[in-house]
Design a protein around this ligand. Structure first.
Ligand SMILES: [Zn+2]
Length: 295
């Protein structure tokens, strides 16, 4: 899944590139085998068409019963744009399930961030999800799935229509950074390998190398300790210059709102400082659990 946020085209470009690679591979390598079926989906088509994060509500915060009930109801008029997207995503996935009848589903949701160096993976509590996250080499952030409500990943985590689902989210870097596409391609390829859709001997080591090189200076495992919610009329403005994984200290002046300065609540590393107009979270604070040097 790419383009759940309409201003994050890297995941869509990466899915198209992987489709091209999979079409081409059997011609180059007669031994190549693909097990299963891969489906690439663009999440928020309407928002992608205008390059905005969302139209009415954030599609990655809307998988909650009041939106789902409307998306799955009979009403066609007065649906929010993202409720229409939810309806279309579910119906497309359902059609694939009905024709292919999978025993198990692996869902990878690809995103990018507005701040620099946004390279990380969100996993569920399922040990297989954590293993898959580690295989993508980016820092694995625990607690995000519980800490952010209404995400697409959370909706599908564990099972869908009685079918087991293993989920992960990959954040490939900054929205417009060209390397966000190549990292996302490598993450998808590694994800296919981890899900046993392709054999390890058919996967080039360059995908591991690219991801490992770009994450060498980042934590291996971290945990969410705080998320800073904002309201549309907060006037929230992040102070300039923060990068993902930058150390911050309790009391540090991070942002301003109409009510005054926002000071860091804890010591830790900052994640996803908001440098775009639309968003419901100003920043997150995470704590490093395992560094790469310790393994
Ligand atoms: Zn996103």
């Amino acid at each position: 899944m790419g383009g759940v946020h309409g201003n994050e085209p890297a995941g869509i470009h990466a899915l198209k590139e992987v489709q091209r690679m999979l079409d081409y591979e059997p011609e180059m390598n007669s031994e190549f085998r693909f097990c299963g079926q891969v489906v690439g989906l663009i999440g928020n088509l309407r928002a992608v068409s205008i390059g905005e994060r969302y139209i009415d509500v954030d599609l990655n915060r809307s998988w909650l019963s009041h939106h789902l009930d409307r998306a799955l109801g009979d009403e066609d008029d007065f649906l929010l744009s993202e409720e229409k997207e939810m309806r279309e995503i579910l119906s497309t996935i359902d059609q694939h399930i009905d024709t292919y009848k999978p025993e198990k589903i692996y869902l990878l949701d690809i995103h990018t961030t507005s701040a620099k160096a946004g390279l990380f993976t969100i996993v569920s509590d399922d040990p297989e999800s954590r293993r898959i996250g580690m295989d993508m080499h980016a820092p694995v952030i625990l607690g995000m799935i519980q800490g952010i409500q209404g995400t697409l990943m959370k909706h599908f985590t564990d099972s869908y229509r009685g079918i087991p689902v293993v989920t992960a989210t990959f954040e490939g870097g900054q929205h417009r950074e060209p390397k966000s596409v190549s990292r996302s391609v490598s993450a998808i390829i590694n994800f296919l390998r981890s899900a046993s859709a392709v054999y390890p001997h058919d996967v080039e080591s360059k995908h591991d190398d690219l991801l490992a090189a770009d994450t060498a200076y980042l934590p291996r495992l971290a945990e969410l300790i705080y998320s800073h919610k904002i309201l549309p009329d907060d006037g929230f403005r992040m102070k300039p210059g923060y990068r993902n994984f930058q150390p911050i200290y309790s009391g540090e002046h991070l942002a301003d709102t109409i009510d005054g300065p926002v000071l860091a609540q804890y010591d830790g590393l900052i994640l996803m400082p908001l440098y775009q107009r639309k968003g419901t979270d100003g920043y997150y604070i995470i704590k490093e659990l395992e560094s790469r040097a310790s393994i």
